[in-house]
Design a protein around this ligand. Structure first.
Ligand SMILES: NC(=O)C1=CN([C@@H]2O[C@H](COP(=O)(O)OP(=O)(O)OC[C@H]3O[C@@H](n4cnc5c(N)ncnc54)[C@H](OP(=O)(O)O)[C@@H]3O)[C@@H](O)[C@H]2O)[C@@H](O)CC1
Ligand SMILES: [K+]
Length: 499
C-alpha cells in the first residue's frame, strides 16, 4: 500500500481524472460512501450522530457521508461550519444532492448552538479539513475542534483528523483527536510520525476507485503481511547449511556478552545456516551455552581483527564497545568490499568517522539506527529527525549509498536509490534493551537468504515486530516481554507463513 504526501495525493486524483475519465464528483461520491460504510463498525442505530462539514472537498465528503447514513436510517445532524458562499465546486454539487434528497443541514452561527448538539450526540464525524489544511487551524475550526475534543463522544475523522498536516515537517498544529480515522485511498506520511500519528487513533484505508495501473509510483509504501507472504524465501528440500548463509557477528565484550549472543541466536532462529561469533575471548564462556550452534573466532580484543573471508554477511556493533581498537575493526569492515555488512549500536557510533567511505563499498551496507543513533550520525537533533524522518532517511541513504533502517513504532526502511518501506508491526513491549540486537540478527539472516536487500530488511522488521505482537496476544504482556522471548517466539511467526 502506497504512502503519500498531500501533493502526491492530488497528483493521483488528477491522473485518475485525466487517464481514466473519472471526475471529481464521482470520486467524492465513492469516497464519501466508502467512508460512511467503514464508519458503520463504530456506530449504532440508536446513536445520535453529528457530521461537521468544512468548506473544501473534505467537507464535500461530509455531505456524501451524511446523506449515506441518513438514507440508511441513522439519526444524523449535518452541520456546515462555514458560510454557504465558502463551499464551491464538487463540495457544493454534493450539498445540492444532499438537499435534493430531502435532507436539511444546519449552518453554524455560534459555537454555543453546535455545543448543544454535541452535548446530545454520541458520535461526531469530522469532515472539516483534510489534506488541504495549511498551518495552524483558524476559527471557527480551532474552536470547534476544542469543543469536540473536550466531549466524551466517539470521534471519527474523514481522511485526516482536521488540523493534522498530511506531510512530515510540520510541528506547530492543533487538531481533532480522533478515535478512528477512515483514510481515503492511501495513508499520508503523518499517519506514521510520532507527533501526528496519535491524532488518528486507529485507522484503516478505504478504496475509492482510482485506477491502480495508471497511478504514479512514489516508491514509498507500507509493508504488510501480504508482501511478506509474497517475498519470504522458502526452504528447499535439498538445501544444506551452506545454502542459507554463513554469517559473522562481531561484537560483545566481557561486560556485555548478552547482546551478541542474542544477535547470533536470532540469526540462527530466523534461518541462517551457520553463524560465527567474533568476540572478546573472556566473553565466550558466557555466550556459548546460549548459542550452542555458533562457532567462535577470537575477536577484536587486543586489536586483532578477525579474518573476514568466506562469509555471506557480517553484522557488527552489538555490545562492541567504543574504543580505538574497536574503531579499527569498524574501519577495516567499511573498507572490506566483498561482504554485505550490517552496522548497529556501538558500530554506528564508531562509524561516524568513516561515513565518507561508505559510498565506495561495492556490496550492500545496512545501518540500523534508532533516532538517537541517527542523530549522532547526521549531527541533527532527535526532534528534527522525528519531525521529518522520511526526508532525512532518504537524503542520508542516497548520499552514502546505504540501506537505512530507522527504527521506531513505524520503522522506515530506505534503499540507496531512495525507495522507502514502512513497517508498523510490533508494540511497546519491544521498548527494551536487547530488541535491537535481536532485530540485527534477524536482518543479517534475511540478507543472507534473499538477494533483494529491501525485501530482506522489510521482511526482517515485520518478522521481529509481528512476533512481539503474537506474543502479547497470547502468553506475554507488553510489560514482561523480553527480547529473548522474541527470539524463541520466531518459530510461531514462521509457522504462520509455513504454507
Ligand atoms: N478529487 C479530490 O481531490 C478528492 C478529494 N477528496 C477529499 O478532499 C480533501 C481535500 O480537499 P481540499 O483540497 O479541498 O482540501 P480540504 O482538506 O478540504 O481543505 C481546504 C479548505 O481548508 C481551508 N483551510 C486550509 N487551511 C486552513 C486552516 N489552517 N484553518 C482553517 N481553514 C483552513 C481552506 O480555506 P482557504 O485557505 O482556501 O480559505 C479550504 O477551504 C481530501 O482530504 C479528501 O477528504 C475526496 O473527496 C476524494 C476526491
Ligand atoms: K477531517
Amino acid at each position: 500500500m502506497d504512502i503519500v504526501t498531500a501533493q502526491e495525493m492530488y497528483e493521483r486524483d488528477r491522473v485518475a481524472m485525466e487517464a481514466a475519465g473519472l471526475d471529481g464528483k464521482m470520486l467524492m461520491e465513492n469516497a464519501g460512501r466508502a467512508v460512511a460504510y467503514d464508519f458503520l463498525r463504530h456506530i449504532q442505530k440508536e446513536h445520535k450522530i453529528v457530521v461537521l462539514i468544512g468548506a473544501g472537498n473534505n467537507g464535500g465528503d461530509g455531505f456524501v457521508i451524511a446523506r449515506t447514513l441518513l438514507n440508511l436510517g441513522y439519526d444524523v445532524e449535518a452541520w456546515q461550519v462555514v458560510p454557504d458562499a465558502k463551499t464551491t465546486g464538487d463540495a457544493e454539487a454534493h450539498k445540492r444532492i444532499f438537499q435534493a434528497s430531502g435532507h436539511p443541514y444546519r449552518l453554524l452561527k455560534s459555537s454555543e448552538d453546535l455545543n448543544t448538539s454535541l452535548c446530545r450526540a454520541d458520535v461526531c464525524i469530522d469532515a472539516m479539513l483534510g489534506i488541504g489544511v495549511k498551518g495552524r487551524l483558524r476559527e471557527p475550526y480551532a474552536d470547534i475542534v476544542r469543543l469536540c475534543n473536550e466531549r466524551s463522544i466517539v470521534r471519527l475523522a474523514v481522511d485526516l483528523p482536521s488540523g493534522v498536516p498530511a506531510d512530515e515537517g510540520e510541528e506547530d498544529f492543533e487538531a481533532f483527536q480522533a478515535h478512528y480515522t477512515s483514510i481515503i485511498e492511501a495513508p499520508k506520511q503523518s499517519a506514521f510520525l510520532q507527533h501526528t500519528q496519535p491524532y488518528y487513533g486507529e485507522w484503516s484505508v478505504v478504496e475509492i476507485g482510482l485506477p491502480p495501473k495508471q497511478l504514479p509510483d512514489h516508491r514509498r509504501r507500507l509493508w504488510g503481511r501480504a508482501d511478506v507472504e509474497r517475498t519470504l524465501p522458502g526452504r528447499e528440500a535439498h538445501s544444506h547449511k551452506g545454502s542459507h548463509g554463513k554469517g559473522l557477528v562481531i561484537g560483545g565484550s566481557r561486560l556485555m556478552p548478552g547482546s551478541v549472543a542474542m544477535t547470533a541466536r536470532a540469526a540462527l532462529r530466523s534461518g541462517a545456516g551457520l553463524i560465527a561469533v567474533s568476540t572478546d575471548s573472556e566473553a565466550i564462556p558466557a555466550i556459548s551455552p546460549y548459542v550452542q550452534e555458533a562457532t567462535f573466532v577470537e575477536g577484536e580484543n587486543g586489536g586483532r581483527v578477525p579474518d573476514l573471508g568466506g562469509y555471506d554477511g557480517i553484522a557488527v556493533g552489538m555490545g562492541l564497545g567504543r574504543n580505538s581498537m574497536q574503531e579499527t575493526v569498524v574501519e577495516r569492515l567499511v573498507r572490506e568490499k566483498e561482504t554485505p555488512l550490517l552496522v548497529d549500536a556501538d558500530g554506528l557510533y564508531l562509524l561516524k568517522g568513516f561515513l565518507g567511505e561508505l559510498k565506495n563499498r561495492e556490496v550492500p551496507t545496512v545501518l540500523t539506527p534508532h533516532p538517537g543513533e541517527f542523530a549522532h550520525l547526521t549531527g541533527l537533533s532527535i526532534q528534527e529527525i522525528l519531525r521529518a524522518p522520511f526526508s532525512y532517511s532518504k537524503e542520508f541513504a542516497e548520499k552514502h549509498g546505504v540501506y537505512l533502517v530507522l527504527k521506531g513504532p513505524s520503522t522506515i526502511i530506505t534503499g540507496p536509490d531512495g525507495e522507502q518501506r514502512v513497517d508498523v508491526s510490533g508494540n511497546a513491549g519491544l521498548a527494551k534493551g536487547g530488541s535491537g540486537d535481536v532485530l540485527s540478527g534477524i536482518l543479517l539472516s534475511m540478507m543472507m537468504q534473499t538477494e533483494h536487500v529491501m525485501d530482506a530488511l522489510s521482511n526482517g522488521c515485520f518478522l521481529h515486530g509481528s512476533t512481539a505482537d503474537l506474543l502479547v496476544q497470547d502468553g506475554h504482556s507488553k510489560v514482561d516481554l523480553l527480547a529473548s522471548d522474541v527470539i524463541e517466539g520466531l518459530s510461531r511467526t514462521f509457522r504462520t507463513f509455513s504454507s
